[in-house]
Design a binder for this molecule. Sequence first.
Ligand SMILES: Cc1ncc(COP(=O)(O)O)c(C=O)c1O
Length: 496
Amino acid sequence: MDFHIPLNSYLQKYRYKYAALYHAIHDEIITGKLKKGTKLPSTRQFAMIYEISRGIVNQVYEMLTAEGYLSSEVGKGTFIIYERKPLEENKQKHTYNIRLSDWGERLSNLNHQSMPLTSALHNEKKCIYFKIGSPDLSSFPYEAWNRCLYAQIRETAIQPIEDMNHTRGYFSLRKSISLHLLKTRGIQSTPEEIVIVNGSMQAIALCSQLLINPKDQVIVENPCYKGIHKAIQAAGGIAVPMDVEKDGIQFQMDNWQSKLAFVTPSRQYPTGVVLNLSKRQKILEWANNNNAWIIEDDYDSEFRFKGRPIEPLKVLDHQDRVIYIGTFSKTMKTELRIGYVVLPKQLVQPFYHSKQLYEPHATGIMEQRALTSFINQGLYERHLRKMTRIYQSKHLTCLNMLKSKLSHLFSFNESDAGLHIFGKWLLSDIKYDVLKQKCGEKGVFWTDSTCMGLGNHSNKQHTACFGFSHLSTEDIKTGINLIASIGETLDFIHHA
Ligand SMILES: Cc1ncc(COP(=O)(O)O)c(C=O)c1O
């Protein structure tokens, strides 16, 4: 009988003999090496040839029979009945035009490219990357955080988690967030108005699905966070970009034919400017008069280095028009994936239902409970105080270095908060490209925010964000010095 399977190599890969045998035969069949109609050795012969127990062979034959690969006929033996499709047919199958919903089509057509990184970033070579939104993990209180996490692991091992089913998130966490928001941001809320989300992006996406119909106009800041733009486009909405000036989003209210606006008032993303009070009042007035919603994305206002904290729009919102979104991604760790949304009363139920559709059971409940205990023990506030000191010093170094070394290349926005500094490029496009390319070759990168600009400007001004939070002071200095030294060579480029 011409029958062979490479069992030995499978025995090295799989811990159990039955699994090795199963996969060895299965793979031979689906790759076409064992063809339809081939008769397999009897279980007794098989056991003898491959020195394996007859019971195991029996078990594997039964598994493959149940899955439709084999069939046994009494008195005749066991045969392969699976027929592998010819290659061409297989190929064609993958190139069929699949049918997606309109939503799926819109989503697929979005530009899903992440921030441009050059290959050097993936090399072994050390690089300095001024990326945005990355907490300094070297100062993260691992011990205290792990203690909170392990306590939850121990506790939940011996008793069921009663709040497990809560799509809205762990009640005590919502209570702690409500207290924290009152103390640090002046926001009055109840735990019932708060829903925990898997990062603020989830809240942005759910709100977009909930509030935007195809062709609806949605006001956005220009430039703006790509995630917001994508969520609007996926919902079929039309983003109406409003330029950002020194005191925040530009107001041409007559053009605001919209029922929804996304804003980042405390620290505009990515420019870092603050929406001034009179504009805050105007936008609230617009929402009240037009029965519109405002989504306030308060993504990194925790770290303020000078002056009083900026009051969120939500505090001034007496008509319940503002959906306030916050996150622990910048203050704790990005991969923690815990954010929250404070909802106007009328939106509590609709938002809850939209989240419930995707998550009938809360996810990350262990982390939610650990975070509650971290906050309630005062560890979160202590961590914020410590990180504010650390970031303040890095911010100062970064800003001073940028101003003294690169102000002939960029005009920087000097904000007193946040984890990155925004700059507008002052020279020609070609010089920007050369600088970016040459710095990349030397292992220094910044976040190119040019793509965050919306609208049809054919020659968009290049902009850059210098995220400093995760870098050491040394790296900040080295990186900026290198950009400055390469910047000096740009004078020799005389095009355009
Ligand atoms: C302005 C802005 N909003 C929302 C998000 C999403 O944050 P999260 O990690 O909480 O989903 C980000 C992430 O960087 C952001 O920059």
